[in-house]
Ligand binder design. Structure first.
Ligand SMILES: Nc1ncnc2c1ncn2[C@@H]1O[C@H](COP(=O)(O)OP(=O)(O)OP(=O)(O)O)[C@@H](O)[C@H]1O
Ligand SMILES: [Mg+2]
Length: 269
């Protein structure tokens, strides 16, 4: 028995998610097989929104962990805490998810050190167990428990990559910025701006995405297009809105800023 309040992890309202291809069916099938899933794709393209949507659709609680390089295995699994009565074990988010049958979403998992990442191994093969070594307990995952990880393939270096023995425990789905018509619908839905201006924002993004690898590390994300639309919906001049949200966050290089500002002017000036 556990006395964890699972309602805090339950997604009550349907998150807005526009299907891009067959990702919903594929994720559903992977979930049915309890096959761990890896979402790969650039920043701001819809990975987190997709997981929230799938958790809602599958009616599973969702526990998200933002991974970073300072994270230790204890941050995932749990640790002993000191309180007035002595020591008390506190489950980490991965342990909680395994106990209650949640979807555990480890965001940007390559950021974590490899010795941290390996703790998911016994959970992601036929064993479906999580040993809590310090506590002397082996947690058997709830039948509904599911593990999802994300990463941005653009960022990782040789030092920061998942081990093959980690990678090969997952089915993987590629994410990218949605096709122009779908992306424009997303921006309209999220911001309320009209079709014409949403279309122009997407066209600006397409121009900038062509510069990835030619002076830009990343293209303009769907998230930034939503930001631009939010400012425009508040009455901000579209060119100023785009400079603030589509150009300035992306680069400090003066030439690249000029190039992007020019693209904004082409479509909105
Ligand atoms: N297919 C989609 N349906 C609905 N909204 C979308 C879709 N794709 C992108 N979005 C929008 O893009 C925004 C950013 O998406 P999200 O936060 O899921 O990105 P992400 O891929 O998780 O990025 P990061 O890697 O930086 O965490 C969302 O808030 C949402 O408005
Ligand atoms: Mg995310």
């Amino acid at each position: 028995m556990n006395n964890i309040d699972t309602s805090q992890y339950q997604i009550e309202r349907e998150p807005y998610y526009l299907k891009v291809a067959d990702e919903v069916e594929l994720f559903q099938a992977a979930y049915d097989a309890r096959m761990p899933v890896m979402l790969k794709g650039p920043t701001g393209c819809g990975k987190t929104r997709f997981v929230e949507y799938m958790a809602w659709k599958l009616r599973r609680p969702l526990i998200t962990v933002a991974c970073n390089e300072d994270m230790t295995a204890s941050d995932l699994i749990g640790r002993y805490l000191l309180d007035v009565n002595g020591t008390r074990w506190q489950d980490g988010p991965l342990t909680t998810a395994a106990r209650i049958g949640a979807i555990c979403y480890l965001d940007e998992v390559v950021e974590a050190r490899q010795d941290t990442t390996v703790v998911i191994h016994p959970l992601t093969d036929h064993r479906r167990t999580l040993p809590l070594d310090k506590k002397g307990e082996v947690v058997t995952a709830h039948p509904d428990f599911h593990l999802v990880i994300s990463y941005n393939p653009g960022y990782q270096s040789l030092m920061k990559d998942l081990k093959q023995s980690t990678k090969q425990r997952f089915g993987a789905l590629d994410f990218n910025y949605p096709a122009a018509d779908i992306e424009a619908r997303v921006v309209r839905h999220e911001t309320g701006i009209d079709e014409v201006i949403a279309g122009k924002l997407v066209q600006i993004a397409h121009r900038a995405r062509n510069l990835k690898g030619h002076g830009l590390d990343e293209g303009i994300s769907t998230r930034l297009l939503v930001y631009a639309g939010q400012l425009i919906a508040k009455g901000v001049d579209p060119v100023a809105a785009c400079r603030m949200t589509l150009v300035r966050p992306l680069t400090d290089d003066p030439d690249m800023r000029d190039t992007l500002d020019a693209a904004v002017n082409t479509f909105l000036g």
